[in-house]
Design a protein. Structure first.
Length: 422
């Protein structure tokens, strides 16, 4: 009889993840770095609960949690690897995976992963696991949380512009017509999509196939097709007179949305708690829908996964045990219920109590269509010049300094020069 069926998954994991004899006698202090918003309020309380549960079954292990901003996470993990001071277990985004691999911050956990029960391994989203596994017998992370962008709609602004909000826009053409109506009504339609790399990628996802985005590291050149990209650049030109002038990440953008001055915000689900609170405090009326694509049978938006990484070194085994514990379904189920956020544990996402939550249900649907931000993950680090070339090019075309066709040709040349020089 299968051991997992006889004992139950929790019992099997207790065996697989049990501490060695050395752990009982030699104190081990694990440093655990998380995103700053995972280290405050109810999220921090739940993290402490996970830690206490793990420490109870692993005598001699103590875990210290630290919240870090996005940039501080990456900088600290990279510089820590150089000095032998990497946190034992840490979070980051999959687009930064190659940078962490090159720095030596990530342990290859493939053997540890394969030693886990099949039932444990079957829990996770297959695309998320593939993103952590760049080649055979090489696995650099456990998928944790994740996102695909959604289109947040201010229903008050749309109704004031005479737009029927009972159904979302079916494609880009209908969405753009709604943007123009919003502007005519005296409000801003969208943030400026040229200011941030992710919003440029998001706009490209409306018109471009996924295969034409990112870097071909073997050939050392961009995958962007200038003819396709010119179509994306035209969207920036079209949206320019309708935009708020703020970026998708600015606090000012959220303020405009909350005060009924902005109609649309294409962004990840992390803004929902802010908008949900505003709905309670000031009566904000909003919803979230899939991002329309160029055709009615397409959807757009970018996606990425937040990952759990384990540092190589003397604590790698117990660090893996802790990472596996917090990524397991019971913990990810509690996480999803608390934050109403998508995560890469597909078994947790399919649980009836979670699947009925509107934000998770829409996120599970949206992630099927998302464009990876900086593919391929864990293969090669994007050079520092890459992001600024993309955003500067989009802004220049939107400002009329180049035509979309000329801008696309210039972008490909500049990106190829950037890639070849690194």
């Amino acid at each position: 009889m299968n051991i997992a069926r006889r004992l139950g998954m929790a019992s099997v994991l207790a065996i697989v993840l049990s501490p060695t004899a050395a752990l009982a006698t030699d104190p081990i202090m694990l440093q655990y770095w998380v995103y700053s918003d995972f280290a405050e309020g109810d999220a921090l309380k739940l993290q402490h609960q996970f830690i206490a549960e793990f420490e109870k079954t692993h005598p001699g292990v103590k875990i210290v949690i630290s919240g870090k901003g996005d940039d501080d996470l990456t900088t600290g993990e990279v510089t820590g690897a150089a000095s032998g001071n990497t946190p034992d277990v840490f979070m980051n985004g999959s687009p930064f995976g190659a940078q962490l691999v090159e720095a030596g911050a990530l342990d290859n956990v493939y053997t540890k992963w394969m030693a886990m029960p099949q039932e444990f391994r079957d829990q996770f989203d297959k695309d998320a696991i593939a993103s952590c596994t760049p080649k055979p017998q090489t696995m650099y992370c456990l998928p944790y949380t994740g996102f695909n962008e959604l289109l947040f709609r201010n229903l008050t602004v749309l109704k004031q512009a005479g737009i029927d909000t009972s159904t979302p826009p079916k494609d880009w053409a209908e969405w753009f017509e709604q943007m123009k109506k919003v502007k005519t009504a005296g409000k801003s339609a969208m943030p400026d999509q040229t200011q941030v790399f992710n919003s440029v990628a998001s706009t490209y996802s409306i018109v471009g196939p996924h295969e034409e985005w990112g870097i071909d590291f073997a050939a050392k050149k961009t995958k962007i097709n200038p003819e396709t990209y010119a179509k994306a650049l035209q969207l920036f030109v079209d949206m320019k007179p309708l935009a708020s002038g703020t970026s998708r990440n600015d606090q000012a953008t959220k303020d405009l949305f909350i005060t009924n001055q902005l109609a649309f915000h294409v962004v990840g689900p992390w803004v929902d708690p802010t908008y949900r609170q505003a709905a309670q405090d000031s009566g904000l009326k909003y919803d979230f829908v899939l991002v329309p694509g160029a055709r009615s049978d397409q959807y757009a938006g970018i996606k990425a996964y937040e990952i759990l990484g384990v540092a190589p070194g003397k604590n790698a085994d117990v660090a893996w045990q802790f990472a596996a514990y917090i990524a397991d379904k019971p913990q990810m189920l509690r996480w999803a219920k608390l934050l109403s956020r998508y995560n890469a544990n597909a078994a947790a996402m399919a649980d009836p109590e979670v699947a009925k939550l509107p934000l998770i249900a829409k996120s599970v649907e949206a992630v099927k269509y998302g464009l990876d931000v900086k593919p391929p993950y864990f293969v090669g680090a994007y050079p520092n010049c890459y992001n600024s070339i993309v955003t500067d090019n989009a802004a220049a075309v939107a400002d009329g300094k180049m035509t979309p066709a000329d801008g696309a040709k210039s972008l490909v040349k500049d990106l190829n020069d950037c890639i070849a020089g690194n």
